[in-house]
Design a protein around this ligand. Structure first.
Ligand code: AMP
Ligand code: MG
Length: 420
């Protein structure tokens, strides 16, 4: 049996970064930029006003105060998006709105609050300036955000809402990004029934397909749901073949030692098993291998296949440990590890068989310290334990367990890998 680290190492050796494709900027949230983005324009394009007020010559405001205003003739109004045809000459001012280009001749803006505008009716023909205004005040300089010709975003950047906004500010509607992997998802088991069907006695609904598909979506992939295969090899193979145009295949169930545990056999027949047991809990049976896909053109493609254990908690935890980093690597991400925190344990966990335990926990911060308590019974069939959890407490394989008050490392399930 191999360790979690060894298993992850082997998985990452077998998956590659996918190709780049052009995508509309709103479609690529969370994807990795595959080109350097240079700007052909300056942003802002022109010096413009940071406030509503009057564009003036600072020298004309010398000595101004509330008791002794400096009166200037108002010769124009300029709004955002237009350019004044007038020039501010000695003794004059141009009324200006936020974002409007600074007119020629002006070197600063006196805010409305620093004028007597509120005492005047309509658009004033004269304005009193009530304070001295320094040169450059309330002016946003051309190119202060982005200088024309500069590198704005580098290849490898993960696109967040701010990057989407920056791309839009450059007038980019599309951008090259590493494409999202398509992940085929197949449930197995004669007892498993689709959620759209009535539930016959003795059967259970297929939850794994949906929890796994939701995880695929969360980490940026595109789920392709293949449905449910029965516990007969031919059924599994037939359904599996429907997924061989994907970039990854994830099955659930049928990977342990039972009579109907056929995923491994099928994987060995249709490809190559890389490993199938990992020293961890829940979910020791975890088959990973490469499945052969014959393309129409006659070429062979090897697709990574994760055979997750059927228990709903095992399949989710093993997805987080193994399939998640593989998807992130395929998407060109560099940070593959979930952030962890050190927490004070409020329950005890016994480790009886030398495996790494990932226990579902509720992590809370109190008084600057994280605390972790178990979500309740830890059976790998108790999926609500996963719904209650926001972290997985890691009990090392070489420890007999953890006691109340021990410091533990907790993997934070809802934190982004980009948090360091
Ligand atoms: P297996 O790994 O096939 O032996 O399944 C282990 C346990 O997980 C059994 O109790 C199964 O009924 C359950 N199980 C398997 N597949 C699913 C599924 N798709 N949704 C919910 N439970 C499942
Ligand atoms: Mg089964």
């Amino acid at each position: 049996m191999i360790s979690v680290e060894q298993a992850l190492g082997k998985i990452l050796e077998h998956v590659d970064v996918l190709e780049a494709e052009e995508s509309p900027i709103l479609g690529c949230l969370g994807q990795v930029l595959a080109e350097d983005i240079f700007s052909s324009i300056s942003i802002p394009p022109l010096d413009n006003s940071a406030m509503d007020g009057y564009a003036v010559r600072s020298i004309d405001t010398r000595g101004a105060s509330r008791q002794s205003p400096r009166f200037l003739r108002v010769i124009d109004t300029v709004t955002a998006g237009s350019i004044s045809g007038s020039e501010v000459e000695p003794g004059t001012a141009i009324r200006i709105m936020t974002g409007a280009p600074i007119p020629k001749g002006a070197d600063c803006v006196a805010r409305f609050e620093d004028t007597d505008e509120s005492e005047r009716q309509g658009t004033p023909v004269e304005i009193g300036i009530l304070t001295e205004v320094e040169p450059g005040l309330e002016i946003r300089r051309a190119g202060e955000d982005i200088a024309a010709g500069s590198l704005v975003l580098s290849r490898g950047t993960v696109i967040r809402p701010a990057e989407v906004g920056v791309l839009a500010s450059l007038g980019r509607s599309k951008v090259m990004v590493i494409r999202r992997p398509v992940v085929a998802i197949l449930a197995t088991g004669d007892e498993v029934v689709d959620i759209a069907q009535p539930l016959p006695e003795g059967k259970i609904y297929n939850s794994n397909t949906y929890s796994v598909a939701a995880l695929v979506l969360r980490y940026g992939g595109i789920p392709k749901i293949l449905g449910i295969a029965s516990d007969i090899e031919d059924s599994l193979v037939a359904k599996l073949h429907l997924g061989l145009d994907a970039d990854m295949v994830i099955t659930s169930g049928g990977v342990s030692f039972g009579d109907y545990d056929i995923v491994r056999e099928v994987l060995a027949r249709e490809g190559e098993i890389v490993f199938w047991r990992v020293r961890e809990k829940p979910g020791r049976p975890l088959a990973f291998g490469m499945i052969k896909s014959l393309s129409k053109a006659g070429g062979v493609r090897n697709i990574p296949l994760f055979g997750l254990a059927g228990n709903p908690v095992s399949s989710m935890v093993n997805f987080e440990l193994f399939a998640r980093p593989a998807i992130l690597k395929m998407m060109g991400k560099k940070n593959l590890a979930k952030p962890t925190v050190e927490a004070v344990m409020e329950d005890a966990i016994e480790n009886t068989d030398g495996r790494r335990i990932l226990a579902r926990a509720i992590v809370e911060k109190r008084g600057g310290q994280y605390f972790a308590r178990l979500t309740g019974p830890q059976g790998s069939g108790i999926l609500t334990s996963m719904a209650r959890a926001n972290g997985l407490v890691i009990v090392p394989e070489d420890k007999p367990g953890v006691k109340e008050g021990d410091l533990v490392e907790v993997m934070m399930l809802d934190w982004s890998e980009e948090v360091k």
